[in-house]
Design a protein around this ligand. Sequence first.
Ligand code: ACO
Length: 320
Amino acid sequence: MKILGTGSALPKHTVTNDMLSEIVDTNDEWITTRTGIKSRQIITTERFEELAALAAQRAIDAAGLVPEDIDFIICHNVCNAYVTPSLAALIQHILGIKGPNCPTMDLNSACAGFIYGLEICEAFLQTGRAKKILFVCAEEVTRMVDWTQRETCVLFGDGAAAMVLGKGDNYLASKLTSTPMPEVIYYRLPCEPTPFETGEGIDTHIAMQLKGREVFRMAVTSAQKDIKDVVAKAGLQLEDIDHYLLHQANMRIVDAIKQNFDLPQERFHHNIEYRGNTSSASIPMLLDEKIREGVVKRGDLMVFNGFGAGFVTGAAVMRY
Ligand code: ACO
């Protein structure tokens, strides 16, 4: 598998910490010292699926292709207003990609979704079932939180990132794990009531719940192990890797992970300061930004590492 092109798209509305302090009892100092976040982009008037399709079109342009060249669309998305059809099917429609030879499907592996999605793309490309996959990670996490809960609402931002993947030898190693701990991060929506359901509380709506300290501990511990394991699996040394792109959950998490590696610290990229936590979109948005800045160049070695609700984790080594 190799990356043929990347793209991303952001909502236009910037929300600073000071703006949040007018909504909940918080302040810039608390948010900055606990999370590193200064501002984030939040969906207002945009339609989510159009934002995701814009990121997709930019990735197709960057690959020098046209939408009709795509023969599989895979999206990662935790939650959006459409439960069905899939976000992938909506993007196909917006981009005007005619069927029936471009299957579409969505995945959900929470904030580790980018890593899980790469693995699925690799499998389809390896078997020859697809030749040009459009892989999109798009999230509107700010619509999953309770905006009266200061512990969670300050952490997140919205955004979309995409890439076109084709056959190649650049996907060098991967590792996926899952530890059953649903209580650490979860979000429940009610389903439609039926005349037959009897269980108490089955249809309870619970906005995103987060056991912050447990998430912090799990994230730092798993990331250190996953990164070491995946680099060894690729037959490489940690110092061979040019770029470490970690899920942008919290600047303190990224700092705690990188301090455990005796490596030039600038190899650990971050943009959480002005993006917030965008769940599965965070790594590919960061990658697109660094490619467009010329920081990540063709031939460079990258490690991706993600972790999130489940508790799922994953890492991959890839050459750009
Ligand atoms: N503004 C001001 N005060 C706040 C806020 C806020 N936004 N939120 C909580 N507080 C208060 C609490 O009420 C509590 O007050 P108390 O001590 O009087 O009870 C206090 O701040 C808690 O402070 P700390 O214990 O210092 O908070 P902590 O250092 O644990 O930081 C945080 C909280 C940022 C959530 C941290 O636990 C964390 O980073 N966890 C990781 C979770 C995370 O990043 N999740 C991202 C999503 S999950 C994912 O992507 C995988």
